[in-house]
Design a protein around this ligand. Structure first.
Ligand SMILES: Cc1ncc(C[n+]2csc(CCOP(=O)(O)OP(=O)(O)O)c2C)c(N)n1
Ligand SMILES: [Mg+2]
Length: 273
């Protein structure tokens, strides 16, 4: 797919996400809008996964460690046929499969349960190690938030991945500079992130996490070197795509009122190119 086609899909996913948050009266729209371009590129260009056979042993694995942005994953999975598009309307409803955090038992396409931040990378290290032990070529991708990287468990996983030379593992850090109620810089500032991962033996690359060409090229298997896990520090904006949400920490989990909903939808519609 061309970057333009991918941008169109990401725009459609943002509009569906906005509608679902508005209707459910809950969600994490800021972190969803920062990661949607990355998820779109992964599912429409990079990952080898199929709704027809969601547990195929040779599939690539994606762990959305920042599980609070589950809604974005649900919408992408629905776009790929893992669940009916209409089911998105059940987000957060009683007995829905679409809970606030993803559940692998309930929903095909979800590789592991996430939500408590700081665990997805350790699971990804296990997956990548399993592929190596089995002599398989499938790849593991983990997406974390930047605030999430403050969790100490990540740094044990980072050491292990380098030690075991997991070049089949890619960590994508959604570096939107904001966490739940404050900027990363005011809380426990990890920036600059890339030199820290590099010091732990990782191959680190920084990209614009909203540029489809950059995302696709950095995630392509051709660019992966031998013997080192890769970290992609994706510079993003929380709330990307809507003027009054972008880079505004209030939109971590705020719900738009009707006027804000209409304005946000109009901005996203105007941006379809
Ligand atoms: C262990 C743990 N502590 C606290 C929370 C509550 N929580 C949910 S989202 C969030 C902020 C995450 O910030 P970041 O990782 O930067 O994510 P993003 O900016 O992409 O939304 C927090 C503290 C949680 N889910 N898990
Ligand atoms: Mg963040």
């Amino acid at each position: 797919m061309t970057p333009r086609e991918l941008r169109k899909i990401a725009n459609r996913i943002r509009r569906r996400d906005l509608q679902a948050v508005f209707e459910a009266g809950a969600g994490h729209i800021g972190g969803e809008f920062s990661v949607i371009d990355i998820l779109t590129a992964l599912y429409f260009e990079v990952l080898s996964v199929s709704a027809e056979n969601p547990t195929a042993p040779e599939r690539d694995r994606l762990v959305l460690s920042k599980g609070h942005t589950a809604l974005a994953l649900y919408i992408v999975l629905a776009e790929k046929g893992f669940l009916p598009q209409a089911e998105i309307s059940s987000f957060l409803q009683h007995k829905s499969r679409l809970n606030g955090h993803p559940n692998r038992v309930k929903l095909p396409g979800v590789e592991t349960n996430t939500g408590p931040l700081g665990h997805g990378l350790s699971v990804g290290v296990g997956m990548a190690t399993a592929a190596k032990l089995d002599g398989q070529n499938w790849r593991t991708f983990v997406i974390t938030g930047d605030g999430e990287m403050q969790e100490g468990s990540n740094w044990e996983a980072i050491m292990a991945a380098a030690h075991f030379k997991l070049d089949n593992l890619t960590l994508i850090i959604d570096h939107n500079r904001l966490q739940q109620g404050a900027p990363l810089a005011d809380t426990n500032n990890l920036a600059p992130i890339a030199p820290k991962l590099a010091a732990f033996g990782w191959d680190c690359i920084e990209i614009d996490g909203h540029d489809m060409s950059e995302i696709c090229s950095v995630l392509s298997a051709d660019t992966i070197g031998k013997g080192r896990p890769r970290c992609v520090v994706a510079h993003t904006n929380k709330g990307h795509g809507v003027s009054f949400m972008a880079d505004n920490v209030a939109w971590h989990h705020k719900v738009p009122n009707e006027e804000q909903y209409k304005q946000a939808m109009a901005e996203l519609e105007a941006a379809i190119s």
